[in-house]
Design a protein around this ligand. Structure first.
Ligand SMILES: Nc1ncnc2c1ncn2[C@@H]1O[C@H](COP(=O)(O)OP(=O)(O)O)[C@@H](O)[C@H]1O
Ligand SMILES: [Mg+2]
Length: 246
């Protein structure tokens, strides 16, 4: 569904990541992990084109994606993005926020049908009754679910999440993970999740890509990661057992 070949990404002439190669299967929950600052968000931004890669290749359904995208590309209709801060617009109701990708990409789409689709997605994330509320009236967890409904509204093939549990209490984070898993299983949507939250990784990961020192340190299934002999991988999953300098 999505693969990269030797991706290099960074800012200006500063390289943050080098030679990142991986592939994600249809329907998979793929987790990008690693310590803060290792380049997880940079990788996400390179793939979706918010900060295009310096070199390397990206393939989506075996078609090469070259940023900046040509005007007739439908890449953004086929992916959903859930930003770290939810990024709901404060001047719009929840329903209007969720409708936004439809109105943006399909300006002639009938408003009534767009509204029905938005409300169907809001029901999936248990926010139907809150559809007329503004973002300021929502809790952190509700905002994340609202942003998820918006990311789902065009029935994307893949959703990119950047630290979806950031700022949530442990109970809300657990409930959000359960919702992510339920929707992934029900809809078959592929997930690309950037996170360093250990509990969340343990709950949701199927395949993992761990970044360190600008490179891919580990790439494989979650079970393989748990059995890895690579020191930094072992330390990441069992941080209390290992000291920093070991
Ligand atoms: N817009 C930017 N311009 C310049 N450097 C950046 C920018 N965003 C991030 N960086 C740098 O890139 C490195 C990796 O950042 P990031 O990808 O955000 O890490 P992570 O998401 O793993 O915490 C950090 O050293 C950070 O300071
Ligand atoms: Mg980040």
């Amino acid at each position: 569904m999505l693969r990269t070949e030797h991706l290099t990404a960074g800012y200006g002439n500063r390289t943050i990541l080098e030679d990142v190669t991986f592939e994600i299967q249809n329907g998979e929950r793929f987790i990008v992990l690693g310590e803060s600052g290792c380049g997880k968000s940079t990788l996400l931004k390179a793939i979706v084109g918010l900060n295009p890669p310096i070199s390397g290749r990206i393939f989506f359904h075996d078609e090469e994606i070259i940023h900046p995208l040509p005007e007739d590309s439908d890449f953004y209709q086929k992916i959903g993005i859930l930003y770290q801060n939810s990024a709901l617009l404060n001047s719009l109701t929840l329903e209007e926020n969720v409708m936004l990708p439809i109105t943006m990409h399909y300006p002639d789409f009938p408003v009534k049908i767009a509204s029905d689709i938005a409300n169907e997605k809001l029901a999936m994330v248990n926010l139907y009754k809150d559809r007329d509320k503004y973002p300021q009236e929502l809790s952190g967890g509700m905002k994340k679910r609202g942003a998820l409904a918006r990311a789902l509204v065009l029935d994307p093939d893949i959703i990119f999440f950047d630290e979806p549990q950031a700022g949530l209490d442990p109970v809300t984070a657990r409930d959000l993970d359960a919702l992510f898993i339920k929707l992934n299983e029900q809809l078959g949507t592929t997930y690309f999740i950037v996170t360093h939250e250990l509990l969340s990784i343990k709950r949701t990961a199927q395949k993992v890509l761990m970044l360190a020192d600008k490179k891919v340190l580990f790439y494989g299934t979650f079970d393989e990661a748990m059995q890895s002999d690579i020191f930094k991988v072992k330390r990441f999953f069992n941080v209390d057992k290992y000291s920093a300098n070991q």
